[in-house]
Design a binder for this molecule. Structure first.
Ligand code: NAD
Length: 471
């Protein structure tokens, strides 16, 4: 790697992969097979808008097909490019493998600034993009399943699902061609908050491991720990809100596009989010101190830094000045490979993106399962569970001769709702995967950090699939 040259996002992903593969004993050539992006398609298509034709450029990368469907978001951004799509698709392969979601990795992007178009125009453009994806075999419940990412959301997914349904009227599982849909259109409860919720569960799990907490130079639990957040969007807002409201953490800094907001005594994430919704920026928020620009805020002292905006925000240039004890990578690729090396040497504990932000794809998996089974989670067992619990309560009360606590019995009488099941499945996934990564870390001497351990875990699982295919 040339000295002083910024390391690209794609190179960072590939170098992290190579670092993990080098610590493992793999059949010759297999690491290269796993790392290689299988296919990337660039599409150019015209859309008639405002009295003339406008040409759009989009990409869909299928990084791997060791299992199908391939899964990954679609990003609408004016700065989207093919390399970024490839890097994100590769991360998706490793991410799915780490959290035991049976998908391969894919990613897509459209080079567009959604703010420049009306809703009707965006619908028209999205439907055309869906047609392009479909005719190239890059869309379908068994083939390739997009989800929302930056610049896209539930509405974009509904347009794609509807277009796919029109193109394939006999496909009974058509709605499963995308995830992240609204609940009334085949989505699942809890998908919107899922990535942020997964970040919360991942950080909670870190605090359940005293050796990891001590390594980071911290002690105790999440209560009172100081957090600096970058990016008050879907992922950052939910993660910080849950950590503040449910775990008692203190959000002392929020960095957004227009600048950074600070308050040592803590900022209400909900209030800041509502202010940003109303004003489109954080400047002018009535509490705390606002500093325009604000990228330097990443370097301020805090217990946990949560980058939740974009990739490569911590590079070889600013890494030496980072003071956070833990960096929880909610965004994809926020730390470049060279920065990662610097931070590792400083003893910063990094909870890697390929694990920490996998809550979105995990709940997407639940949504896809719901679409294929055509039934809401909890529909069959909710009342049954309530009736069973009522019998147990009656039995205990009649045996003891005393009524049980009302609040306790009310809780017990609630059968599992879809949201409760989704959260429970997500929490279980994040807890188990943390443990698996830790065990991988402990089992190979050459592995000295959690990112390498997470990559090694993904490589091991994918290698096993290749192995069993070519026995
Ligand atoms: P989003 O568009 O909802 O939010 C991004 C936020 O970052 C916005 O509030 C934006 O104003 C802010 N931002 C943009 N540039 C900034 C800058 N230079 N400095 C500070 N703030 C800036 O996007 P999101 O869905 O929350 O995704 C954020 C990150 O998480 C991305 O890296 C994405 O790939 C990753 N991710 C998202 C999901 C998901 O389910 N949405 C899943 C996995 C990973």
């Amino acid at each position: 790697m040339p000295i002083n040259q910024p390391v690209s996002f794609l190179d960072s992903v590939n170098l992290s992969f190579d670092r993990a593969a080098a610590a493992m004993d793999l059949p010759k050539g297999l690491a290269r097979q796993i790392r290689t992006c299988n296919a990337i398609c660039e599409m150019k298509f015209g859309v008639e808008l405002r009295g003339s034709y406008e040409i759009f450029t989009g990409w869909r990368a299928t990084h791997s097909e060791h299992v199908l469907p391939a899964k990954g978001g679609i990003r609408y951004a004016p700065f989207a490019d093919q390399q970024e799509v490839e890097a994100l698709a590769a991360l998706m392969t490793y991410k799915c493998s780490i959290v035991n979601v049976p998908f391969a990795g894919s990613k897509g992007a459209l080079c567009i600034d959604p703010k420049e178009y009306t809703l009707d125009e965006l619908e028209h453009i999205t439907r055309r993009f869906a047609q392009e994806l479909d005719k190239r075999g890059l869309l379908g419940p068994g083939l390739n399943v997009p989800a929302p990412d930056m610049g896209t959301g539930q509405r974009t997914m509904s347009w794609i699902a509807d277009e796919y349904q029109k193109l394939h009227p006999a496909e009974i599982n058509a709605r499963g061609c995308v995830t992240g849909k609204p609940v009334h259109f085949g989505g699942v409860e809890g998908r919107v908050e899922a990535t942020g919720r997964g970040v919360q569960y991942g950080i909670q799990e870190f605090f359940r491991h005293p050796d990891d907490v001590a390594y980071a130079g911290l002690e105790g639990g999440l209560e009172g720990k100081s957090i600096i957040l970058q990016g008050l969007g879907n992922v950052g807002y939910h993660a910080a809100k849950f950590l503040q409201e449910e775990n008692g953490a203190k959000v002392i800094g929020i960095i957004e596009r227009d600048g950074a907001l600070f308050d040592e005594s803590g900022i209400s994430v909900e209030a800041a989010f509502q202010y940003k919704l109303d004003h489109g920026k954080l400047e002018g928020f009535p509490v705390g101190k606002f500093v325009p620009g604000g990228r330097e805020a990443l370097e301020l002292a805090c217990d946990i830094l949560i980058p939740a905006a974009l990739e490569s925000v911590i590079t070889g240039e600013n890494a030496p000045r980072i003071q956070a004890k833990v960096i929880a990578e909610a965004a994809n690729g926020p730390i470049s490979y060279d920065a990662d090396e610097i931070l590792r040497k400083k003893g910063v504990f990094i909870i890697p993106d390929a694990y920490l932000n996998a809550g979105g794809v995990t709940v997407s998996y639940f949504e896809w399962l719901k679409n294929l089974s055509h039934v809401r989670f909890g529909r069959l067992d909710k009342r049954f569970a309530e009736a069973q619990n009522a019998k147990i309560i009656r039995l205990i009360e009649s045996t003891s001769g005393k009524p049980l606590d009302k609040k306790l019995t009310d809780d017990l009488l609630q059968g599992p709702s879809e949201i409760a099941l989704v959260r429970s499945g997500l929490e279980d996934t994040m807890r188990e995967s943390y443990q698996e990564i830790k065990e991988m870390h402990d089992s190979i001497d050459k592995i000295t950090d959690r990112r390498t351990a997470a990559f090694a875990l993904a490589i091991r699982k994918i290698a096993d699939i290749y192995d069993s295919m070519y026995l």
